[in-house]
Design a protein around this ligand. Structure first.
Ligand SMILES: [Fe+2]
Length: 348
């Protein structure tokens, strides 16, 4: 059994990650949380900052009333701030923000305002601290992720294939690309812990082909492994057909349809996992309330395809699937970056 409580070792872990974010006693910090946040992580953040000589302010928001037709999970687009100018200006006024909101600020609409004055944000993913401890960032991941992002920015085409039948092409021209390695020292930036991703947000009408989710691939909104294959046909960014006989395909269609919004079927982001410490097989080792599945988004060599919002293609919806897949191959303008689920060259 995994108990959630303050452990000295976890204060150490939080303090170490904040040090990797260049936090010291000359700086100011805020901890942003909401009433549904994982309280242990909020407390660990406070104690770790205290250990570094920083006395943070706490901003705690009541979790908003639900407005969606289905539970929202794992979007990375927290609505907790709800546009509050008071919260935005408080977060803009500090050097360092620890983001303990349930969904995280990564795609929150207020994020650009918070970063504009140089605040840096560490999004602590809503994971049990035991997982955060195991997935402490390492300094050797940073140059590899940076190299992957550079390759994405330079490339004009991504081609993804698999023995199971995936064959999808993405025109990457002018697509914003990014990623993270688990910490940030750069003023005006955000990173998430655990980290280890390289992603593109393709522009409109740039994604076409077929994606086959095989047994063992994952839908992280449901936090479950696919046990019956799903074939997604994608035309001009939109999944136009979800084929498959099993429960997995039915769940995909049912949840996506619940939004009553075609954009829930659109391409959100596309890329691959970079974190060699993150594992494919740990999902069953946590109860669902103990994990947010960040580890499964980041495990090295996974192909990560996501549906839902993509502001860079003018699409906004809270319907979001992150779908990490094994055994895929990814090329950028013909250069292999992942072969059968294994990172290549300087990314490995
Ligand atoms: Fe996502």
């Amino acid at each position: 059994m995994l108990v959630e409580r303050i452990e000295g070792k976890w204060i150490d872990v939080f303090a170490r990650v904040f040090e990797m974010c260049a936090v010291d006693d000359t700086q100011s910090a805020a901890i942003l949380s909401e009433t549904q946040s994982r309280g242990t992580n909020v407390n660990l953040a406070e104690l770790a900052l205290d250990r570094l000589g920083v006395r943070p302010i706490h901003i705690v928001l009541p979790t908003l009333r639900q407005s969606a037709p289905v539970p929202v999970r794992s979007t990375g687009a927290s609505d907790a701030i709800a546009g509050s100018p008071a919260v935005i200006s408080a977060l803009s006024a500090v050097d360092f923000v620890v983001d303990c909101t349930v969904e995280g600020l990564l795609h929150a609409p207020e994020l650009p305002q918070i970063l504009a004055d140089g605040s840096r944000v560490l999004m602590v993913s809503n994971e049990h601290p035991e997982a955060l401890e195991r997935l402490m960032p390492t300094q050797d991941l940073e140059p590899k992720v940076k190299s992957g992002i550079k390759k994405l920015i330079k490339a004009s085409e991504m081609h993804v294939t698999s023995a199971a039948g995936t064959d999808v092409v993405v025109d990457l021209t002018e697509a914003p690309c990014g990623g993270g390695w688990g910490y940030t020292t750069q003023p005006g930036s955000i990173s998430h812990w655990p980290g280890g991703l390289c992603l593109a947000f393709p522009k409109a009408n740039t994604v076409n082909g077929v994606i086959v989710m095989d047994r063992g691939d994952m839908n992280l909104t449901f936090k479950r492994y696919v046990e019956s294959p799903i074939t997604l046909t994608i035309e001009n960014d939109y999944v136009v057909d979800v084929a498959g006989e099993g429960t997995d395909a039915a769940l995909f269609r049912s949840y996506s349809d619940a939004w009553g919004d075609r954009d829930a079927y659109a391409t959100s982001h596309i890329g691959w996992g970079m974190n060699p410490g993150a594992r494919w097989d740990t999902l069953p080792l946590y109860d669902r309330s103990q994990t947010n599945g960040t580890e499964q988004r980041a495990f090295a060599g996974n192909f990560l395809y996501s549906t839902g919002a993509n502001e860079h293609a003018g699409r906004h919806t809270l319907g979001h699937f992150d779908l990490p897949m094994r055994n895929h191959s990814v090329t950028l303008d013909g250069e292999s970056v992942v072969v059968n689920g294994v990172l290549q060259g300087d990314l490995a």
